[in-house]
Ligand binder design. Structure first.
Ligand SMILES: Cc1cc2nc3c(=O)[nH]c(=O)nc-3n(C[C@H](O)[C@H](O)[C@H](O)COP(=O)(O)O)c2cc1C
Length: 224
């Protein structure tokens, strides 16, 4: 499965079976975390066998997640670019997990923070979690905006790579499925991506920029 197939197959999955993630897959995920932390300066942590963040007692309150015992804690240094960087690198983790036959869900709100299982250094912040495991289902397709709603540039007359970038961005997860981002093609194959105003919209921006790069091909454009 390549990244385009992975992003098309991915849906948020909130219910997991009790099938454990195989040790070699955990090891591979740990390696990815190390690699992405080195590249980004983030402090992402994979937390395994920890059911309390999504514990039974919370189900009554949120009623949305079940069987979550493994998740990524998306932690990094406080600063203007933290949310976007978390989005970008978190989605790398999500799509690699999809390629490995695992399911995920970004979680901004519906969890309890268990500080004792993670390390949040001075000046750092936990932005959100990403649950991971074997889903009870593969999730479902959600309603998406049309390309012209998320692009200032007329998508119909835009180059093929830009169309594909926007198409892949539209398949990205966004908080509350809000899809408030906007792309624009500028002269010289420059592309701008802007976040709208809303809950976790800067995290969304990082996520959709990664999807855009996969669809458009990084060799075809530069971010402005
Ligand atoms: C930053 C972010 C935060 C999210 N927080 C939650 C959450 O707290 N609870 C939840 O059930 N889903 C959460 N989601 C999942 C979105 O609701 C989901 O991605 C969206 O509805 C689109 O569905 P899809 O991922 O299946 O394409 C979040 C997604 C993102 C990107």
């Amino acid at each position: 499965m390549d990244l385009i197939e992975a992003l098309a197959a991915r849906h948020s999955v909130r219910h997991y079976t009790d099938k454990a993630i195989e040790p070699e897959k955990i090891q591979h995920l740990q390696q990815l975390v190390e690699e992405y932390n080195a590249q980004s300066g983030l402090h992402i942590q994979l937390i395994t066998d920890e059911p309390r963040s999504f514990g039974e007692s919370l189900l009554a309150r949120y009623g949305k997640f079940s069987g979550v015992t493994n998740y990524f804690a998306m932690i990094g240094k406080k600063g203007d670019s933290l949310d976007e960087t978390v989005g970008y690198y978190g989605e790398k983790v999500v799509l690699e997990a999809q390629k490995m036959g695992l399911n995920t869900c970004w979680v901004g709100l519906s969890y309890k923070k268990i500080s004792s299982v993670m390390t949040i250094n001075y000046g750092e912040k936990l932005v959100c979690l990403i649950s991971i495991g074997y889903g009870a289902t593969q999730g479902v397709d959600h309603k998406r905006k049309s390309p012209d709603k998320v692009s200032k540039t007329n998508v119909k007359t835009a180059p093929q790579w830009y169309k594909q970038g926007v198409a892949c961005a539209l398949l990205a997860p966004t908080a509350l499925n809000q899809q408030k981002f906007k792309f624009e093609l500028k002269p010289g194959n420059k592309v701008t991506a802007k976040a709208g105003i809303g809950f976790y919209s800067k995290v969304d921006l990082g996520i959709v920029k990664y999807h855009f790069e996969i669809g458009a091909g990084k060799e075809n454009f530069v971010w402005e």
